[in-house]
Design a protein around this ligand. Structure first.
Ligand SMILES: NC(=O)c1ccc[n+]([C@@H]2O[C@H](COP(=O)([O-])OP(=O)(O)OC[C@H]3O[C@@H](n4cnc5c(N)ncnc54)[C@H](O)[C@@H]3O)[C@@H](O)[C@H]2O)c1
Length: 243
């Protein structure tokens, strides 16, 4: 029970990595506020997971999310900013709206939720901020202007928050997934030839599963990572080893 008694928020918890993390955190003893869009299906078997349907880009969403966690659990130890959206379009064809939406979900909402949670994380003896960035923070692919900018932004935010919060004992780290079979990648990886290409790119010769990334988030949330801060840890099966 590596998170016994800890109180956590996990965003994007209806699907993929977020769902796996919410369930894993709860199985390790945490109380979890599982946040996702109102239209998403938030059903969990564990009574330690409390669902909250809310768009994280809403003006009042950060306050509502943190207030709900505090009202439900009496405090906050772990903020896992995981919700994200993908978008692929050549830069010359990308609309302002599409660019702004990716940045609003993947970066701005992360900042605003961190800002709201910080006073409570400082009060915790085990304050943790974790973000799901991406290997695309350091690499790229066609059509990923907005996505790469947002995920690189998350790394800048992570480093700076780690610097600012270190004196309070709060650690701030990012996990960088590679090619993971989730809702976001379903349309691609349901096509066997595309799944095979990405599986082969990984030196472990397989696609990642949500639990592969959730376990890294668990490590960063746990006491095992108590002296780790400001870091970006890839969970990509070696996808990015070769240049
Ligand atoms: N799947 C991959 O290969 C991969 C690779 C690198 C990084 N990531 C990152 O992993 C994170 C999790 O994505 P996933 O792969 O599990 O995909 P997913 O689509 O299965 O899960 C993402 C969740 O975020 C939620 N979400 C989106 N916008 C939201 C909003 N405005 N408010 C609240 N919730 C919102 C979605 O409803 C969804 O449940 C994302 O940040 C993504 O960018 C994924």
């Amino acid at each position: 029970m590596r998170l016994a008694g800890r109180r956590a928020i996990v965003t994007g918890a209806a699907s993929g990595i977020g769902r796996a993390a919410a369930e894993l955190f709860a199985s390790e003893g945490a109380s979890v506020l599982a946040v996702d869009r109102p239209e998403a299906e938030l059903h969990f078997t564990s009574s330690d997971i409390r669902p909250l349907g809310l768009d994280i880009t809403g003006q009042d969403a950060p306050r509502e999310i943190v207030e709900t966690a505090i009202a439900s659990f009496g405090g906050l130890d772990i903020l896992y900013n995981n919700a994200g959206v993908g978008h692929s379009k050549p830069a010359a064809e990308m609309s302002d709206e599409a660019f702004d939406h990716v940045l609003a979900v993947n970066l701005r909402a992360v900042f605003r939720l961190c800002r709201e949670a910080i006073p409570f994380l400082i009060q915790s003896d085990h304050g943790r901020i974790i973000a799901t960035s991406s290997v695309m923070a350091n690499g790229t692919d066609y059509g990923l202007t907005a996505y790469c900018a947002s995920k690189a932004g998350v790394l800048g935010l992570t480093r700076t928050l780690a610097l600012e919060l270190g004196k309070h004992g709060v650690t701030v780290n990012a996990v960088l997934p590679g090619a993971i079979a989730t809702g976001m990648t379903k349309a691609s990886f349901d096509q066997p030839e595309i799944a095979a290409v990405w599986a082969k790119k990984s030196v472990l010769r397989r696609l990642g599963q949500p639990i592969d990334v959730a376990r890294v988030a668990l490590f960063l949330a746990s006491d095992d990572a108590g002296f780790v801060t400001g870091q970006a840890l890839a969970a990509d099966g070696g996808l990015t080893l070769r240049i």
